[in-house]
Write a protein that binds this ligand. Structure first.
Ligand SMILES: [Zn+2]
Length: 113
């Protein structure tokens, strides 16, 4: 939980970030060929591999998010009344980011921000 949003949204964000990093590294590596010729090719190859790994990680993250969303429970949000997906016992609403929980011990008064 790094971005204080719903877990499914967060997984998608991480997937997107890895895709961007992977693409960025591959473009950066390709620039090496243009800048340094022969030595740049080794540089490019290294960045291509790292970029490919980042892309594969992003595919993995997307796949994992897809798997998790099939097991997610759809509940109506008490704050905005929209149907949101919950992962685990505690998650945030996908729309208004209200903390939601199935655990009565963690439940607080509705006044909590
Ligand atoms: Zn909500």
């Amino acid at each position: 939980m790094f971005f204080k949003s719903a877990k499914i949204n967060e997984f998608r964000l991480w997937g997107l970030m890895f895709t961007m990093i992977g693409m960025g590294l591959m473009i950066f590596g390709t620039a090496g060929i243009v800048l340094w010729g022969e030595t740049g090719k080794i540089f490019a190859a290294v960045f291509m591999v790292i970029g490919m790994i980042a892309m594969l990680v992003s595919v993995g993250v997307y796949f994992w998010a897809g798997m998790l969303s099939t097991s997610a429970r759809i509940v109506p949000c008490p704050e905005c009344n929209k149907a949101t997906k919950m992962l685990g016992t505690t998650d945030r609403c996908m729309f208004c980011r209200t903390k939601l929980t199935f655990d009565p011990k963690q439940a607080t008064e509705p006044t909590e921000a």
